[in-house]
Design a binder for this molecule. Structure first.
Ligand code: ADP
Ligand code: MG
Length: 322
């Protein structure tokens, strides 16, 4: 059974430009210990998908609906805010791009960690302190015991992100969502954090949703990828298959605009044009105006989801290789 399952997830925002369909009919499953990547350009609905799962979308102006959205068999959208808070503190955790925004600048690192442990794990002061040191060591912070007394500004960006990860892991979550968590970090630290996440899934069976616009990082980390465009999953595939046989014009475009994963840097070719206005209903493929491989049929009817092998589907009419 999957830990997380979304069927026809739709998250919309009421704006003065009309109703923005930020997430427009997204379905996916996440197994225990699986690392799922969400990729796509800015504005494609990655963050709102994650926030919907955590029920952290501001409502209003947001509104989350789904045929079903279950976590460990429980219908998330049916839970009260109090029940949801309980789950967020114990089974689901999320880390964001900017740790400075999530850490409290006037409290020590130790205090912020132990507070979570005391509140959610009901630990006493001594146990919480011991566990805080363990967690900091686990995320690779040297001299952890001494560092408990430090304030966030005394840490480098990479260290702060590790602290955020330690806080996220303090409740032993079954689901960890990382939203552009390493985007602001230099590549060496990024690689270390990626290793840490892999280790977690291996050792604890943690399930991970890894959000990034960087296809290279996703290639090195994820088991499977959902490619998002205009609030939809336009392609989903096991990682190797996606790079060998992309089946959507958008995925192809993204790959053309990403440094090669084998380390050979080639020139970046950004996808020309802009994503569609999400307040306007899409009747044809939303990527059509920017697509380099579109065919006549794309201008005549909306594409249907087609299967291209185990776990690999794409919503594209073009025939991209074999
Ligand atoms: P991504 O994370 O892929 O860059 P987001 O999920 O943040 O994209 O955003 C998807 C769409 O939802 C964007 O068009 C964004 O402007 C819109 N959106 C996100 N949050 C809000 C909000 N609070 N109010 C109105 N629109 C929003
Ligand atoms: Mg985002």
């Amino acid at each position: 059974m999957s830990l997380l399952s979304a069927r026809n997830l739709r998250t919309r925002f009421a704006t003065d430009r009309g109703e923005v369909r930020a997430v427009d009919g997204v379905s996916f499953d996440l197994a225990e210990g699986e690392i799922l990547g969400l990729v796509g350009e800015s504005g494609s609905g990655k963050s709102v998908t994650a926030l919907s799962v955590m029920r952290l979308v501001p409502e209003p102006p947001g509104r989350i609906a789904a045929d079903s959205l279950t976590f460990d068999g429980t219908e998330i959208l049916a839970l009260s805010e109090a029940q949801m808070r309980e789950i967020r503190g114990s089974s689901m955790a999320m880390i964001f791009q900017d740790p400075m925004r999530s850490l409290n600048p006037v409290l020590t690192i130790g205090r912020q960690l132990t507070e979570v442990l005391r509140r959610h794990q009901k630990m006493d002061g001594t146990a919480a302190r011991r566990r805080a040191i363990e967690l900091l060591e686990m995320v690779g912070i040297p001299m952890a015991e001494k560092r408990l007394a430090a304030y966030p500004h005394q840490f480098s960006g990479g260290m702060r992100q590790r602290v955020m990860i330690a806080i996220a892991l303090s409740c032993n979550p079954r689901l960890l969502i990382a939203d552009e968590a390493t985007t602001a970090l230099d590549v060496t630290i990024q690689a270390q954090i990626v290793e840490l996440v892999k280790q977690l899934t291996r050792e604890r069976g943690t399930s991970v949703i890894w959000i990034s616009h960087d296809l290279g990082v996703v290639a090195g980390l994820c088991d499977r990828v959902n490619v998002m465009y205009a609030g939809r999953v336009v392609e989903t595939s096991p990682i190797r298959d996606l790079f060998k046989h992309p089946r959507h014009g958008y995925t192809l475009g993204l790959m053309g605009s990403t440094p090669r994963v084998d380390g050979m840097q080639k020139r970046l070719t950004p996808i020309e044009g802009l994503p569609p206005n999400l307040a306007e209903p899409q009747t044809l493929c939303p990527f059509l105006p920017r697509c380099r491989v579109s065919i006549e049929a794309c201008r005549q009817r909306p594409p249907e989801r087609r299967s291209f092998g185990p776990g690999h589907t794409a919503v594209c009419l073009a025939e991209l290789g074999t």
